[in-house]
Design a protein around this ligand. Sequence first.
Ligand code: ATP
Ligand code: MG
Length: 560
Amino acid sequence: MKRPIVYRNNFIYQIIEKDLSLDKSKIIRTRFPPEPNGYLHVGHAKSICLNFGVVQYYHGQCYLRFDDTNPVNEDIQYVEAIKNDIVWLGFQWHGDVRYASDYSEKLYNYAVELINKGLAYVDELSPNKIREYRGTLVLPGKNSPYRSRHIKENLMLFTKMRQGYFAEGKACLRAKIDMSSPYMIMRDPVLYRIKFIHHQRVGDKWCIYPTYDFTHCISDALEGITHSLCTLEFQDNRRLYDWILNKININVHPRQYEFSRLNLEYAVMSKRKLDLLVLHNIVTGWDDPRMPTISGLRRRGYTPESIREFCYRIGVTKQESCINMAALEACIRKDLNDKVSRVMAVLDPIKIIINNLPDKYEEKIVALNHPNKLDMGTRQIFFTKEIFIDRNDFCEIVNDYKIRKLILGKKIRLRNAYVIQAERVQRDNNGAISIIFCTYDSQTLNKNPIDCRDVKGVIHWVSATRNVIAEFRLYNHLFTISNPWAVKNFLSYVNPRSLVIYHGFVEDSVLYSKKNKHYQFEREGYFCIDECYSTANKLVFHRTVELKSIWKTKNNKKIL
Ligand code: ATP
Ligand code: MG
C-alpha cells in the first residue's frame, strides 16, 4: 500500500493531540517561514513535511510566509523557486502567500508600543560596543549609557531612525530586559537596525528593518499560528518570543516548539555555504545534481515521494544527529525500483563484431520493461552484427573462473539475447583493445545452450547501429570528509571526483518512450534524463543512484 503523505510519528503530534483534547474546536495552524535568500534544501523538506504534514492530518492550515525582513541577500528569484519546490514536494499552503514585510507598519507600531511602555530604547552604541557590553556566558553584561533615556526621547529618536536621520550602525532599537540574564538572548536584544538597502518587495520605503526575533513571534501571532515549529538553535530565542508577545497588546500567543535540524553526511546544508559553492563555480548552480537542494535532487532524479519517505523515516526528535547519505539513497532506490522501466546502456563502450552473422543483420527482440511487472509492458530491441558492451565487462585472461565477464575463448550471455563466445581481439595503434570478435550461438535466445557450464554470467549490451549517443554523469559525494559543516575551510575538502562523465550509448527504445524521464540501466543504476543538456543527437543522463548501496561497505574507496 502507498504510504500517505501524513505520518503521525513524533512528539509534535503528541503535543497537538494534548492541545486538541483541551480544546476540541481548535484549528491547528502552522507556517513554513523560509527566508528568501537561497533555494530550499533537504533540511527544509524535513520542516515542510512536518508543518504541512500535521495540518493535513488534523485538517488544519499551513501558511507559507516569507521571512523577508532582512533585505541583504534576499531575492525575488528565490521566492519563486521556493514556491515551486513546495508544490513539487506535494504540498499546498493555505490561502495567499504571506510576507513578513507586509506586516512592517504593524511591527513598527508594536515597537512604538514597547517604547511607550518603557520596554525599548534607542541605543547609539556602535555594534562593536554593543557586543562588548553584552558580556559573555560567564560574565554579566553592562547597561548601555543610553538605556535610561526618557520615553519621549526614545520615541523621537526612533522616528528619526525611520526617517533616515541616522547612518547605518549609528543607532538601533533594543528591548529593555536584563543585561545580566543567564540567557544572552535576553540581554537587551536588538529589535530594529538601520539598513539602507533596497528591499525586493517594498523597495526603499524603509531604512529600518526588524530583527528575526521581533518579526517572527508577532507575525505568528498576527496569523493566528497555533504551533510555531522551528529548529533547536532557536530554543533560547523562545524566551524572547514569549517576552515580546507578553509585553505587547495582542491577544494571540502561539507556542514555539523546537526539533533537531537535519544534517546529512558529506553535505553542507546552510544556504550561505551552498551559495559559496555556487559562487566559486564548484557546482554549476543551486540545481546541480550534487547539491542537497530540492532542485538539485529533482534534477538528479529524486522523486517527491522518495524525499517525503526519507523525511518520514528520519522522524522528528530533539536529538541532534547526522544522517547517513545511504538513508536518502535507500528511499529513492525503493521508489524507482517499483516504477521505472529497465533498459540497457553502455557507459564505457567497446565494440563487438559477431563473425557468424551477416552484415547489416538486424533481429527484433521483445524485452520486458520490468522483470516482475508484466503490466509495464515490453519494448523492442535490436540484435545486430555489431554491438557494444562495457569495457569493464571484458577480460582477456583471468585465472579467477568465478569472474562474471566475457573472457577470451569463453562464453557469456547477452541480456535479453544470445550466448556469445569471444574469439580474438583487435588493438589500436596504442595497443588498447578496440574490437572483440565473437561468435554467437543461434540456439540460445532466452535458452541455455546444451552445455551451459561455460557461460560466465549475463552482461548488458547495446546495438552499434540502433542506439542513441549518450553522456552519463556519475556522481560521488561532493566532499571528501563526512562532516564538511564542522570545518572552517570546508571548500578545501571538495571531492575532485564528485562528477565523472562517461560517453556511451543507450538502446534506442528510449526515443519511443519520451514521457519517461527515469530508467534503470541494467547493472548500472537508476538514471534520469536531463532535459536542459540533452539535444536531438545526444541524451544526457544523471545517475540518480547506484543499484546497491555502496557507501555502507566500501570504506570510502569509491569516492576518493
Ligand atoms: P539555512 O542555514 O539553511 O539558511 P535557515 O534556518 O536560515 O537555514 P530558513 O529559510 O530560515 O533557513 O528556514 C525555514 C525553515 O526551515 C525554518 O523553520 C527552519 O528552522 C527550517 N530549517 C532550515 N534548515 C533546516 C534543517 N537542516 N533541518 C530542519 N529544518 C530546517
Ligand atoms: Mg534563517
